[in-house]
Write a protein that binds this ligand. Sequence first.
Ligand code: NAP
Length: 295
Amino acid sequence: MPAQIISGTEVAKQIREELRQEIAELKQKHNLTPGLATILVGEDPASQVYVGAKEKTSLALGIYSERHDLPADTSEEELLALIDKLNKDPKIHGILIQLPLPKHINETRVLYAVDPKKDVDGFHPVNVGKLMIGEPDYLPCTPHGIQQLLIRSGVKIEGAEVVIVGRSNIVGKPIANILLQKKEGANATVTVCHTRTRDISLHTKRADILIVAAGKPKAITADMVKEGVVVIDVGVNRIGKTAEGKAILVGDVDFDAVKEKAKAITPVPGGVGPMTITMLMLNTVKAAKLAAGLV
Ligand code: NAP
């Protein structure tokens, strides 16, 4: 039977509609408008596209959006001063710093300067720690998007063997933590693989749910998975350009071959990608509710 294609585009649309309604209600009943500030330093074209998409989605949902595009030679002190101002601004509930930052700026110092209550990316060590002990205010956006894709596609997570390929701080480690929680939509048995894992196939072949965030095209081939696996492909790799000059994107999984064995699989593009911005919006709404004492 052909694999079910898990459409992040569709699931993201559902969640955005729920958020639009919730935001309208917050405005009407509590005179509360969630506010998101984005900070972009420099002119990296991909970052400009991401920040533009975040602004567009915020506005479409009724979130107040403030964009701070700073020149590439902005000093760390100037950036920290802006973060301090936004930390104190009651209109702003979430602060998003687009990464990567230019080399002369210490990324860690900048991320740590964001008030953890406004850290809608979930990267501040306070929020990482809260997730680790099972009491998160915010789940990081991409991993939360993956969990929602699984839940809303009816995939049983509880008791499942989940194998994750990749151990980054933004995808691999947090998704492992999320699915390990003693909570609904989690309770999985989790294995995390990386480049020093002795025999990756040994693990991937055991997976009921395989989550791949390696950043390598075809890191996972059909011989590495079992029949009936659910595959979440997080990877985004640019492998060339179309005749019209558009980037050709592929994931980390050999989609055409693996979909013949899988029960369900996410495509690239249109899988995890659309979920990430949506979960950022969800965190901004949560931040506004936390600030207003509504949760
Ligand atoms: P990263 O920081 O480069 O981490 C990659 C991880 O994969 C590392 O832990 C690395 O192991 C491991 N790895 C690489 N090749 C491997 C292989 N052949 N076998 C086993 N493990 C391997 O990447 P990331 O930031 O997590 O991102 C991963 C991919 O997801 C990228 O393509 C990125 O563009 C994409 N992404 C997509 C979204 C989205 O919204 N769709 C969001 C974030 C990231 P070591 O630790 O041993 O080096």
